[in-house]
Design a protein around this ligand. Structure first.
Ligand code: DUC
Ligand code: ZN
Ligand code: ZN
Ligand code: ZN
Length: 470
Protein backbone atom coordinates (compact mmCIF):
# COMPACT_ATOMS: atom_id res chain seq x y z
CA UNK A 1 0.00 0.00 0.00
CA UNK A 2 1.08 3.59 -0.57
CA UNK A 3 -0.50 4.74 2.68
CA UNK A 4 -2.18 3.04 5.61
CA UNK A 5 -4.31 4.93 8.11
CA UNK A 6 -4.42 3.12 11.44
CA UNK A 7 -6.27 3.25 14.77
CA UNK A 8 -9.17 5.44 13.70
CA UNK A 9 -12.89 4.74 13.86
CA UNK A 10 -14.15 4.43 10.32
CA UNK A 11 -17.69 5.70 9.79
CA UNK A 12 -19.96 5.02 6.85
CA UNK A 13 -23.69 5.66 6.60
CA UNK A 14 -24.37 2.04 7.51
CA UNK A 15 -22.01 1.57 10.42
CA UNK A 16 -18.74 2.10 12.24
CA UNK A 17 -15.68 -0.13 12.34
CA UNK A 18 -12.20 -0.11 13.83
CA UNK A 19 -10.22 -0.99 10.72
CA UNK A 20 -7.15 0.25 8.89
CA UNK A 21 -7.60 1.95 5.54
CA UNK A 22 -5.12 0.92 2.86
CA UNK A 23 -4.69 3.34 -0.03
CA UNK A 24 -3.10 2.68 -3.38
CA UNK A 25 -3.03 4.87 -6.50
CA UNK A 26 -5.56 7.29 -5.02
CA UNK A 27 -8.16 4.61 -4.27
CA UNK A 28 -9.13 2.71 -1.19
CA UNK A 29 -7.48 -0.66 -1.85
CA UNK A 30 -8.29 -2.48 1.38
CA UNK A 31 -10.02 -2.18 4.73
CA UNK A 32 -8.81 -4.53 7.42
CA UNK A 33 -6.57 -5.22 10.36
CA UNK A 34 -2.77 -5.00 10.34
CA UNK A 35 -2.37 -3.54 6.87
CA UNK A 36 1.08 -2.26 6.06
CA UNK A 37 2.22 0.48 3.73
CA UNK A 38 5.13 2.71 2.80
CA UNK A 39 3.62 5.44 4.92
CA UNK A 40 1.49 5.14 8.06
CA UNK A 41 -0.87 7.72 9.51
CA UNK A 42 -2.00 7.35 13.10
CA UNK A 43 -5.65 8.29 13.62
CA UNK A 44 -5.99 7.39 17.31
CA UNK A 45 -8.95 9.12 18.90
CA UNK A 46 -10.24 10.33 15.53
CA UNK A 47 -13.04 9.39 13.19
CA UNK A 48 -12.30 8.52 9.59
CA UNK A 49 -15.13 9.79 7.40
CA UNK A 50 -15.64 10.19 3.65
CA UNK A 51 -14.75 13.63 2.32
CA UNK A 52 -17.75 15.95 2.47
CA UNK A 53 -19.82 16.48 -0.68
CA UNK A 54 -21.63 19.81 -0.90
CA UNK A 55 -24.06 19.49 -3.78
CA UNK A 56 -25.52 23.01 -3.49
CA UNK A 57 -23.05 25.82 -4.09
CA UNK A 58 -22.99 29.08 -6.01
CA UNK A 59 -19.30 29.88 -6.48
CA UNK A 60 -18.14 32.44 -9.02
CA UNK A 61 -21.70 33.24 -10.00
CA UNK A 62 -23.60 36.37 -10.94
CA UNK A 63 -26.88 36.08 -9.07
CA UNK A 64 -29.53 38.80 -9.09
CA UNK A 65 -27.01 41.11 -10.77
CA UNK A 66 -24.29 40.70 -8.10
CA UNK A 67 -21.09 38.70 -8.46
CA UNK A 68 -20.52 36.29 -5.56
CA UNK A 69 -17.61 37.17 -3.27
CA UNK A 70 -16.18 33.65 -3.53
CA UNK A 71 -14.70 32.34 -6.73
CA UNK A 72 -13.76 28.70 -7.20
CA UNK A 73 -10.37 29.20 -5.57
CA UNK A 74 -11.50 30.84 -2.33
CA UNK A 75 -14.55 28.60 -2.14
CA UNK A 76 -12.38 25.51 -2.49
CA UNK A 77 -9.98 26.72 0.22
CA UNK A 78 -12.91 27.07 2.60
CA UNK A 79 -14.31 23.70 1.56
CA UNK A 80 -11.03 21.93 2.26
CA UNK A 81 -10.53 23.57 5.64
CA UNK A 82 -14.00 22.33 6.57
CA UNK A 83 -13.56 18.75 5.35
CA UNK A 84 -15.37 19.01 2.01
CA UNK A 85 -13.59 17.46 -0.99
CA UNK A 86 -16.27 17.59 -3.71
CA UNK A 87 -18.99 20.02 -4.65
CA UNK A 88 -21.59 20.57 -7.33
CA UNK A 89 -22.15 24.14 -8.48
CA UNK A 90 -25.10 25.59 -10.37
CA UNK A 91 -24.48 26.87 -13.91
CA UNK A 92 -26.91 29.54 -15.08
CA UNK A 93 -27.24 29.99 -18.83
CA UNK A 94 -27.46 33.60 -19.99
CA UNK A 95 -30.75 34.35 -21.73
CA UNK A 96 -30.64 32.58 -25.09
CA UNK A 97 -27.55 30.54 -24.21
CA UNK A 98 -27.67 26.77 -24.73
CA UNK A 99 -27.04 24.31 -21.88
CA UNK A 100 -24.03 22.78 -23.59
CA UNK A 101 -22.43 26.16 -24.22
CA UNK A 102 -23.09 27.08 -20.59
CA UNK A 103 -21.46 23.89 -19.36
CA UNK A 104 -18.39 24.41 -21.55
CA UNK A 105 -18.06 27.96 -20.25
CA UNK A 106 -18.19 26.86 -16.60
CA UNK A 107 -15.74 24.01 -17.13
CA UNK A 108 -13.36 26.56 -18.56
CA UNK A 109 -13.85 28.95 -15.60
CA UNK A 110 -13.10 26.37 -12.94
CA UNK A 111 -10.32 24.37 -14.55
CA UNK A 112 -7.26 26.44 -13.64
CA UNK A 113 -8.51 27.37 -10.16
CA UNK A 114 -9.87 24.12 -8.78
CA UNK A 115 -8.45 22.57 -5.63
CA UNK A 116 -11.17 19.95 -5.06
CA UNK A 117 -13.38 17.84 -7.35
CA UNK A 118 -16.33 19.65 -8.91
CA UNK A 119 -19.45 18.97 -10.92
CA UNK A 120 -22.27 21.07 -12.35
CA UNK A 121 -26.06 21.15 -12.33
CA UNK A 122 -27.58 23.05 -15.25
CA UNK A 123 -30.38 25.55 -14.69
CA UNK A 124 -33.37 25.27 -17.06
CA UNK A 125 -34.53 28.74 -18.11
CA UNK A 126 -36.31 28.33 -21.43
CA UNK A 127 -38.24 25.86 -23.52
CA UNK A 128 -35.34 25.37 -25.95
CA UNK A 129 -33.29 23.81 -23.14
CA UNK A 130 -35.54 20.76 -23.21
CA UNK A 131 -34.04 19.68 -26.52
CA UNK A 132 -30.65 19.39 -24.86
CA UNK A 133 -31.69 17.14 -21.98
CA UNK A 134 -30.90 13.96 -23.98
CA UNK A 135 -27.27 15.13 -24.31
CA UNK A 136 -26.49 15.85 -20.66
CA UNK A 137 -25.59 12.40 -19.35
CA UNK A 138 -22.97 12.06 -22.10
CA UNK A 139 -21.38 15.17 -20.62
CA UNK A 140 -21.40 13.79 -17.09
CA UNK A 141 -24.32 15.96 -15.93
CA UNK A 142 -27.04 13.93 -14.20
CA UNK A 143 -29.09 16.70 -12.57
CA UNK A 144 -30.84 19.90 -13.58
CA UNK A 145 -32.43 22.71 -11.60
CA UNK A 146 -35.67 24.67 -11.91
CA UNK A 147 -36.65 27.85 -10.09
CA UNK A 148 -40.31 28.47 -9.24
CA UNK A 149 -39.28 31.78 -7.62
CA UNK A 150 -37.33 34.88 -8.77
CA UNK A 151 -39.96 36.29 -11.12
CA UNK A 152 -38.62 38.02 -14.23
CA UNK A 153 -35.18 36.43 -13.90
CA UNK A 154 -34.71 32.68 -13.51
CA UNK A 155 -38.29 31.66 -12.64
CA UNK A 156 -40.00 29.30 -15.06
CA UNK A 157 -43.75 28.71 -15.35
CA UNK A 158 -45.65 25.62 -14.27
CA UNK A 159 -45.96 24.27 -17.79
CA UNK A 160 -42.23 24.37 -18.46
CA UNK A 161 -41.57 22.85 -15.04
CA UNK A 162 -43.93 19.96 -15.83
CA UNK A 163 -42.32 19.37 -19.22
CA UNK A 164 -38.85 19.50 -17.67
CA UNK A 165 -39.59 16.90 -14.99
CA UNK A 166 -41.23 14.70 -17.64
CA UNK A 167 -38.33 14.85 -20.07
CA UNK A 168 -35.68 14.66 -17.35
CA UNK A 169 -37.15 11.38 -16.19
CA UNK A 170 -37.15 10.03 -19.72
CA UNK A 171 -33.42 10.76 -19.99
CA UNK A 172 -32.33 9.57 -16.54
CA UNK A 173 -31.85 13.02 -15.02
CA UNK A 174 -32.78 14.15 -11.52
CA UNK A 175 -34.73 17.42 -11.36
CA UNK A 176 -34.00 19.78 -8.47
CA UNK A 177 -36.40 22.57 -7.59
CA UNK A 178 -36.32 25.83 -5.67
CA UNK A 179 -39.90 25.75 -4.44
CA UNK A 180 -41.39 29.14 -3.52
CA UNK A 181 -44.29 30.90 -5.23
CA UNK A 182 -42.45 33.67 -7.05
CA UNK A 183 -45.54 35.43 -8.41
CA UNK A 184 -47.10 36.05 -5.03
CA UNK A 185 -43.74 36.95 -3.47
CA UNK A 186 -43.33 39.55 -6.20
CA UNK A 187 -46.72 41.06 -5.33
CA UNK A 188 -46.00 41.06 -1.58
CA UNK A 189 -42.61 42.72 -2.09
CA UNK A 190 -44.11 45.51 -4.21
CA UNK A 191 -46.86 46.04 -1.66
CA UNK A 192 -44.36 46.22 1.25
CA UNK A 193 -42.17 48.73 -0.56
CA UNK A 194 -45.19 50.87 -1.46
CA UNK A 195 -45.87 51.05 2.29
CA UNK A 196 -42.23 52.07 2.95
CA UNK A 197 -41.37 48.78 4.65
CA UNK A 198 -37.75 48.74 3.53
CA UNK A 199 -35.66 46.99 6.23
CA UNK A 200 -34.20 43.42 6.04
CA UNK A 201 -36.95 41.82 8.16
CA UNK A 202 -39.42 42.46 5.34
CA UNK A 203 -37.47 40.00 3.26
CA UNK A 204 -38.90 37.28 5.53
CA UNK A 205 -42.35 38.87 5.87
CA UNK A 206 -42.83 38.91 2.10
CA UNK A 207 -41.85 35.25 1.68
CA UNK A 208 -44.11 33.44 4.17
CA UNK A 209 -43.74 29.68 4.67
CA UNK A 210 -47.11 29.01 3.00
CA UNK A 211 -45.56 30.11 -0.28
CA UNK A 212 -42.90 27.44 0.21
CA UNK A 213 -45.27 24.64 1.25
CA UNK A 214 -47.72 25.43 -1.56
CA UNK A 215 -44.89 25.32 -4.08
CA UNK A 216 -43.47 22.06 -2.67
CA UNK A 217 -46.98 20.60 -2.84
CA UNK A 218 -47.25 21.58 -6.51
CA UNK A 219 -43.79 20.26 -7.40
CA UNK A 220 -44.36 16.99 -5.52
CA UNK A 221 -47.71 16.56 -7.29
CA UNK A 222 -45.96 16.87 -10.64
CA UNK A 223 -43.41 14.24 -9.58
CA UNK A 224 -46.21 12.00 -8.37
CA UNK A 225 -48.24 12.34 -11.60
CA UNK A 226 -45.18 11.62 -13.72
CA UNK A 227 -43.69 9.00 -11.38
CA UNK A 228 -40.49 11.00 -11.71
CA UNK A 229 -37.79 11.65 -9.11
CA UNK A 230 -37.58 15.12 -7.58
CA UNK A 231 -35.14 16.80 -5.22
CA UNK A 232 -36.38 19.76 -3.18
CA UNK A 233 -33.53 22.14 -2.34
CA UNK A 234 -33.25 24.10 0.91
CA UNK A 235 -36.43 23.18 2.77
CA UNK A 236 -36.74 25.88 5.42
CA UNK A 237 -40.09 25.54 7.18
CA UNK A 238 -42.23 23.17 9.20
CA UNK A 239 -45.05 23.63 6.68
CA UNK A 240 -42.67 22.80 3.84
CA UNK A 241 -41.45 19.72 5.67
CA UNK A 242 -45.04 18.60 6.19
CA UNK A 243 -45.43 18.48 2.40
CA UNK A 244 -42.27 16.39 2.17
CA UNK A 245 -43.62 13.99 4.76
CA UNK A 246 -46.93 13.66 2.93
CA UNK A 247 -45.37 13.12 -0.49
CA UNK A 248 -42.89 10.55 0.83
CA UNK A 249 -45.68 8.71 2.65
CA UNK A 250 -47.61 8.52 -0.62
CA UNK A 251 -44.61 6.88 -2.24
CA UNK A 252 -43.44 9.80 -4.40
CA UNK A 253 -39.76 9.50 -5.32
CA UNK A 254 -38.92 12.70 -3.47
CA UNK A 255 -35.73 13.80 -1.72
CA UNK A 256 -35.21 16.83 0.49
CA UNK A 257 -32.33 19.02 1.56
CA UNK A 258 -31.85 21.63 4.23
CA UNK A 259 -28.92 23.91 5.03
CA UNK A 260 -27.16 24.95 8.27
CA UNK A 261 -28.60 28.48 8.24
CA UNK A 262 -32.15 27.11 8.56
CA UNK A 263 -31.10 24.88 11.46
CA UNK A 264 -29.27 27.57 13.41
CA UNK A 265 -30.82 31.01 12.78
CA UNK A 266 -34.29 32.51 12.79
CA UNK A 267 -35.93 35.54 11.22
CA UNK A 268 -35.00 37.47 14.36
CA UNK A 269 -31.46 37.51 13.01
CA UNK A 270 -32.76 39.76 10.22
CA UNK A 271 -33.42 42.38 12.93
CA UNK A 272 -29.96 42.24 14.51
CA UNK A 273 -28.21 45.46 15.42
CA UNK A 274 -24.59 45.75 14.35
CA UNK A 275 -21.49 47.76 15.18
CA UNK A 276 -20.71 49.17 11.77
CA UNK A 277 -21.12 52.97 11.89
CA UNK A 278 -24.21 54.10 9.97
CA UNK A 279 -25.18 50.51 9.29
CA UNK A 280 -26.20 49.51 12.82
CA UNK A 281 -29.79 48.80 11.74
CA UNK A 282 -28.74 46.97 8.60
CA UNK A 283 -26.78 44.14 10.23
CA UNK A 284 -29.60 41.68 9.43
CA UNK A 285 -28.81 41.97 5.71
CA UNK A 286 -26.02 39.46 6.29
CA UNK A 287 -28.73 36.82 6.91
CA UNK A 288 -30.78 37.57 3.80
CA UNK A 289 -31.20 34.39 1.77
CA UNK A 290 -34.11 32.69 0.04
CA UNK A 291 -36.11 31.01 1.31
CA UNK A 292 -35.74 33.29 4.34
CA UNK A 293 -34.90 32.27 7.89
CA UNK A 294 -37.96 31.17 9.80
CA UNK A 295 -39.05 30.70 13.42
CA UNK A 296 -37.83 28.50 16.24
CA UNK A 297 -40.58 25.93 15.68
CA UNK A 298 -39.41 25.57 12.09
CA UNK A 299 -35.84 24.95 13.28
CA UNK A 300 -37.07 22.28 15.68
CA UNK A 301 -39.09 20.61 12.93
CA UNK A 302 -36.05 20.55 10.63
CA UNK A 303 -33.84 18.95 13.31
CA UNK A 304 -36.55 16.36 13.84
CA UNK A 305 -36.76 15.86 10.07
CA UNK A 306 -33.03 15.13 9.99
CA UNK A 307 -33.40 12.57 12.71
CA UNK A 308 -36.39 10.86 11.14
CA UNK A 309 -34.94 10.73 7.64
CA UNK A 310 -37.47 13.13 6.11
CA UNK A 311 -34.49 15.28 5.16
CA UNK A 312 -31.89 13.39 3.18
CA UNK A 313 -29.08 15.87 2.58
CA UNK A 314 -27.47 18.83 4.36
CA UNK A 315 -25.76 21.11 1.88
CA UNK A 316 -25.08 24.83 2.06
CA UNK A 317 -26.50 27.00 -0.74
CA UNK A 318 -23.17 28.81 -0.29
CA UNK A 319 -23.72 32.11 -2.13
CA UNK A 320 -21.57 34.77 -0.52
CA UNK A 321 -21.88 38.54 -0.91
CA UNK A 322 -19.79 41.08 0.97
CA UNK A 323 -21.65 43.08 3.60
CA UNK A 324 -20.07 46.48 3.04
CA UNK A 325 -19.76 46.57 -0.72
CA UNK A 326 -22.67 44.35 -1.80
CA UNK A 327 -25.40 43.76 0.78
CA UNK A 328 -25.62 47.58 1.20
CA UNK A 329 -27.21 47.82 -2.25
CA UNK A 330 -30.38 47.16 -0.33
CA UNK A 331 -29.97 49.85 2.34
CA UNK A 332 -33.17 51.62 1.35
CA UNK A 333 -34.92 48.63 -0.28
CA UNK A 334 -34.65 45.13 1.23
CA UNK A 335 -35.47 43.57 -2.16
CA UNK A 336 -32.15 44.83 -3.51
CA UNK A 337 -30.06 43.02 -0.87
CA UNK A 338 -28.22 40.26 -2.76
CA UNK A 339 -29.72 36.94 -1.65
CA UNK A 340 -27.30 34.47 -0.18
CA UNK A 341 -25.23 33.32 2.76
CA UNK A 342 -21.95 31.42 3.12
CA UNK A 343 -21.53 27.93 4.60
CA UNK A 344 -19.20 25.75 2.51
CA UNK A 345 -16.47 26.02 5.16
CA UNK A 346 -18.59 25.46 8.27
CA UNK A 347 -21.22 22.95 7.11
CA UNK A 348 -19.58 19.79 8.44
CA UNK A 349 -18.45 21.23 11.78
CA UNK A 350 -21.82 22.89 12.46
CA UNK A 351 -23.75 19.70 11.78
CA UNK A 352 -21.31 17.72 13.88
CA UNK A 353 -21.40 20.09 16.85
CA UNK A 354 -25.11 21.02 16.89
CA UNK A 355 -26.26 17.66 15.54
CA UNK A 356 -23.98 14.87 16.77
CA UNK A 357 -22.71 16.50 19.94
CA UNK A 358 -25.74 18.44 21.09
CA UNK A 359 -28.63 16.40 19.70
CA UNK A 360 -27.28 12.86 19.58
CA UNK A 361 -27.46 12.68 15.82
CA UNK A 362 -25.63 9.41 15.08
CA UNK A 363 -22.28 9.70 13.29
CA UNK A 364 -23.63 7.38 10.61
CA UNK A 365 -26.44 9.82 9.90
CA UNK A 366 -23.91 12.70 9.80
CA UNK A 367 -21.98 10.83 7.10
CA UNK A 368 -25.16 9.96 5.23
CA UNK A 369 -26.31 13.61 5.18
CA UNK A 370 -22.96 15.14 4.24
CA UNK A 371 -21.48 12.58 1.85
CA UNK A 372 -23.14 9.26 1.11
CA UNK A 373 -26.66 10.34 0.17
CA UNK A 374 -25.40 13.31 -1.90
CA UNK A 375 -23.12 10.89 -3.78
CA UNK A 376 -25.92 8.37 -4.21
CA UNK A 377 -28.44 10.88 -5.58
CA UNK A 378 -26.11 12.86 -7.78
CA UNK A 379 -24.46 10.02 -9.65
CA UNK A 380 -21.23 9.52 -7.69
CA UNK A 381 -22.13 6.15 -6.19
CA UNK A 382 -19.12 3.81 -6.54
CA UNK A 383 -16.71 6.78 -6.69
CA UNK A 384 -17.34 8.99 -3.68
CA UNK A 385 -19.27 9.26 -0.43
CA UNK A 386 -18.17 6.01 1.21
CA UNK A 387 -15.01 4.56 2.64
CA UNK A 388 -15.03 1.25 0.79
CA UNK A 389 -12.79 -0.70 -1.51
CA UNK A 390 -12.57 0.78 -4.99
CA UNK A 391 -13.80 4.22 -3.95
CA UNK A 392 -11.69 7.37 -4.25
CA UNK A 393 -9.53 7.80 -1.15
CA UNK A 394 -11.24 11.03 -0.08
CA UNK A 395 -10.66 10.60 3.62
CA UNK A 396 -11.14 13.10 6.42
CA UNK A 397 -9.51 12.52 9.75
CA UNK A 398 -12.10 14.13 11.99
CA UNK A 399 -11.13 15.23 15.48
CA UNK A 400 -14.31 15.22 17.61
CA UNK A 401 -12.68 17.44 20.21
CA UNK A 402 -11.06 20.07 18.03
CA UNK A 403 -12.12 23.46 19.39
CA UNK A 404 -12.92 26.20 16.95
CA UNK A 405 -14.25 29.72 17.35
CA UNK A 406 -15.68 30.65 13.97
CA UNK A 407 -14.63 34.08 12.79
CA UNK A 408 -14.02 36.31 9.82
CA UNK A 409 -10.45 36.59 11.13
CA UNK A 410 -9.74 32.91 10.59
CA UNK A 411 -11.99 31.71 7.79
CA UNK A 412 -10.55 30.86 4.36
CA UNK A 413 -13.40 31.99 2.16
CA UNK A 414 -13.29 35.49 0.73
CA UNK A 415 -15.95 37.40 2.62
CA UNK A 416 -15.95 40.45 4.89
CA UNK A 417 -18.03 38.75 7.58
CA UNK A 418 -18.65 35.34 9.06
CA UNK A 419 -22.31 34.42 9.46
CA UNK A 420 -21.37 32.30 12.51
CA UNK A 421 -19.05 34.88 14.10
CA UNK A 422 -18.11 33.87 17.65
CA UNK A 423 -19.74 30.42 17.55
CA UNK A 424 -17.56 28.18 19.76
CA UNK A 425 -17.86 24.62 18.50
CA UNK A 426 -16.15 21.29 18.91
CA UNK A 427 -15.11 19.05 16.05
CA UNK A 428 -13.29 19.57 12.81
CA UNK A 429 -10.86 18.07 10.33
CA UNK A 430 -7.22 17.47 11.28
CA UNK A 431 -6.32 16.05 7.92
CA UNK A 432 -8.06 16.01 4.55
CA UNK A 433 -7.13 13.64 1.76
CA UNK A 434 -8.39 13.87 -1.82
CA UNK A 435 -7.81 10.83 -4.04
CA UNK A 436 -5.09 9.58 -1.69
CA UNK A 437 -3.18 12.87 -1.48
CA UNK A 438 -3.05 14.89 1.74
CA UNK A 439 -4.30 18.35 0.77
CA UNK A 440 -4.72 19.77 4.27
CA UNK A 441 -3.16 18.90 7.61
CA UNK A 442 -2.96 20.77 10.90
CA UNK A 443 -4.11 24.02 9.39
CA UNK A 444 -1.78 23.93 6.38
CA UNK A 445 -2.76 23.46 2.73
CA UNK A 446 -0.78 21.15 0.45
CA UNK A 447 -2.53 21.63 -2.86
CA UNK A 448 -2.08 23.47 -6.12
CA UNK A 449 -4.55 25.14 -8.44
CA UNK A 450 -5.84 22.76 -11.10
CA UNK A 451 -5.88 19.85 -8.64
CA UNK A 452 -9.62 19.26 -8.93
CA UNK A 453 -11.16 16.74 -11.30
CA UNK A 454 -14.42 17.22 -13.15
CA UNK A 455 -16.99 14.88 -11.63
CA UNK A 456 -18.40 12.86 -14.49
CA UNK A 457 -21.68 11.78 -12.95
CA UNK A 458 -23.97 8.91 -13.86
CA UNK A 459 -27.75 8.69 -13.74
CA UNK A 460 -29.51 8.36 -10.37
CA UNK A 461 -30.88 5.15 -11.89
CA UNK A 462 -27.41 3.68 -11.63
CA UNK A 463 -27.51 4.23 -7.87
CA UNK A 464 -30.98 2.74 -7.59
CA UNK A 465 -29.76 -0.38 -9.36
CA UNK A 466 -26.41 -0.73 -7.63
CA UNK A 467 -26.63 1.44 -4.56
CA UNK A 468 -26.19 0.56 -0.95
CA UNK A 469 -29.17 2.64 0.13
CA UNK A 470 -32.64 1.18 0.12
N1 DUC B 1 -31.16 31.62 -2.59
C1 DUC B 1 -30.17 32.35 -2.11
O1 DUC B 1 -30.28 32.85 -1.01
N2 DUC B 1 -29.09 32.54 -2.87
C2 DUC B 1 -28.87 31.94 -4.12
C3 DUC B 1 -30.02 31.27 -4.69
C4 DUC B 1 -31.15 31.08 -3.81
O2 DUC B 1 -32.11 30.45 -4.18
ZN1 ZN C 1 -32.66 28.34 -4.19
ZN1 ZN D 1 -50.26 20.08 0.77
ZN1 ZN E 1 -29.06 27.90 -4.28
Amino acid sequence: MDVVIKNGILVNADGKAEVDIGIEAGKIAALGKNLSGRKTIDASGKYLIPGGIDIHTHLETVFGGSQTADDFLSGHLGAIAGGTTSHINFCFPDPGQSLLATLAHWQQKVRSKSLIDYGFHLVIREESHLEELPMLLEKGVSSIKCFLAYKDTVQIDEELFFKTVEKAKEHGLLTMVHAENGNIIDYLVKKALANHFISPIFHARTRPPELESQSIHFAASVASMLKAPLYIVHVSSEKGLEEIRRAKAEGTDLWAETCPQYLLFTERDLERKGHTPNLEDFEGAKWVCSPPLRKEEDQQALWEGLRLGLIDVVSTDHCSFHFLSQKTRGLSDFSKIPNGVPGIEERMALLFHYGCKQRNLPMERFVSLTAETPAFLFGLEGQKGRLAEGYDADVVLWDPNKRQVLSVDSHHIQLDYNLYEGFAIEGGPDMVMLRGKIIYANGQFFVEQGNGNYLFRSSYKHSLNHGTKS
